[in-house]
Every structure is written in structure tokens, then in C-alpha cells.
Design a protein around this ligand. Structure first.
Ligand SMILES: Cc1cc2nc3c(=O)[nH]c(=O)nc-3n(C[C@H](O)[C@H](O)[C@H](O)COP(=O)(O)O)c2cc1C
Length: 187
């Protein structure tokens, strides 16, 4: 199973990236082949001027592992009550309509504030919904991330940490069941 974790900001030294790297270790324990893709590496300079629909090799290279994944886990911070602009730019440069069609997706929100990026995740889910993704219903929101999370132990609140671990275990099963359904349709 090939999973990609999308650290959904271009902010250097972000909590999104720290959470993503931690979550990666949880997926590895479940035997998944998992990689973090950070939007810090999105080749933004290639799209200046609005190069929608153009063949841009650097963009194609960046998006290819995402499109070919069996499932995606988005780690999304809260910026101005929403998700970071770079995440929307990234989605706007994915091939339409195929990119997220029937793609299993899980969501983790994190913010400095009290709501753990609930708004950001739900706003992004509207886009995932529009693009026909298969959205896993167990979501995790890490509020006060600077105090409540560290890269070694995860989330300090035991209940939330249990939710995160449950999301990981059950998302793997969710992706497996989607793969099985697709195989059944082939035979
Ligand atoms: C441009 C910007 C806007 C932000 N807006 C919010 C916000 O609306 N609500 C909030 O709780 N935190 C907000 N924050 C703080 C982030 O939640 C905080 O940086 C947190 O560490 C998660 O973001 P990170 O993954 O970039 O570290 C904002 C941060 C930035 C850089």
C-alpha cells in the first residue's frame, strides 16, 4: 500500500511537517509504504503568471507521486480561518477531472488556536468532495499544537492520541477495502 502524507503548507519549520513526519512513523508500524510530501517543495516559481493547463515538467514531477498514491493523508494548518493558499494552488495544478477521483483521503488539522483547524479541514473537504475523493470519516484536530504536540511522543492528550492512532489503523483498512472493491470489479 502506497500512501502519501501531504504536509499542506510552504511555511519553513512548520508544525504540519512535524506532525506529518510523526504520523509517517505510525503508518510504518502498520506496514504501509509511506512518504511525506511537503508543499514547501512545490515549484511555485513555475506557475507565476497563471500557467493553468500548460505542460510544466516540474509540476508534473511534483504531482505524479500524489496522483499515483493508493491513499492520501492531508495534514492541514489553520491560516486565517482556512487552509494555506499553497494547498489550493497545488490542487489547481492537478489534472482535472482525474486526480482525486475515488482517492481515499484522511485529514488531520493542527493550529495554534483552540479549534485545531476544524474550519480549514472542512473547507478543504468541500474541494475533496467536489473532486469525488473518498473521504475517511475519522478526522483528528490538534489544537494548541505548539504545546500539545511533540515529534517524539505525538499528542499529549491521551484521548486525542488514541483518536490519531485509531485513524491510522482504520485508514489502512479503509484503503485496503477500496483496493479490494476495485479488484473485485476487475474480475
Ligand atoms: C498566515 C498565517 C495565518 C494563521 N492564521 C491562524 C488562524 O486563523 N487560526 C489559528 O489558530 N492559527 C493561525 N495561525 C497559526 C498557525 O495555526 C500556527 O502557525 C500553527 O503552528 C500551525 O501552522 P504551521 O503548520 O505552519 O506551523 C496562522 C499562521 C500563519 C502563518
Amino acid at each position: 500500500m502506497n500512501l502519501k502524507i501531504i504536509s499542506s503548507t510552504d511555511r519553513p519549520n512548520s508544525n504540519a511537517l512535524k506532525v506529518s513526519e510523526y504520523v509517517k512513523t505510525l503508518y510504518q508500524k502498520e506496514g504501509a509504504d509511506v512518504e511525506v510530501i511537503t508543499l514547501e517543495d512545490f515549484p511555485l516559481e513555475e506557475v507565476v503568471g497563471g500557467r493553468y493547463g500548460k505542460k510544466i515538467p516540474a509540476i508534473e514531477k511534483f504531482r505524479e507521486p500524489v496522483i499515483n498514491a493508493d491513499g492520501l493523508i492531508f495534514v492541514i494548518p489553520e491560516y486565517n480561518g482556512s487552509f494555506p493558499g499553497i494547498l489550493k494552488v497545488f490542487v489547481d495544478y492537478l489534472p482535472f477531472p482525474k486526480a482525486f477521483e475515488k482517492m481515499p483521503m484522511a485529514f488531520i488539522g493542527e493550529s495554534d488556536g483552540a479549534f485545531g483547524a476544524l474550519r480549514s479541514v472542512e473547507q478543504f473537504q468541500q474541494i475533496a468532495n467536489y473532486r469525488n475523493a473518498l473521504q475517511f470519516p475519522e478526522r483528528v484536530f490538534i489544537a494548541r499544537v505548539n504545546q500539545e504536540f511533540d515529534g517524539e511522543n505525538g499528542i499529549h492528550d491521551e484521548f486525542l492520541q488514541d483518536l490519531l492512532e485509531s485513524q491510522v489503523v482504520n485508514f489502512v483498512k479503509f484503503v485496503e477495502s477500496v483496493q479490494k472493491k476495485e479488484m473485485d470489479q476487475l474480475v
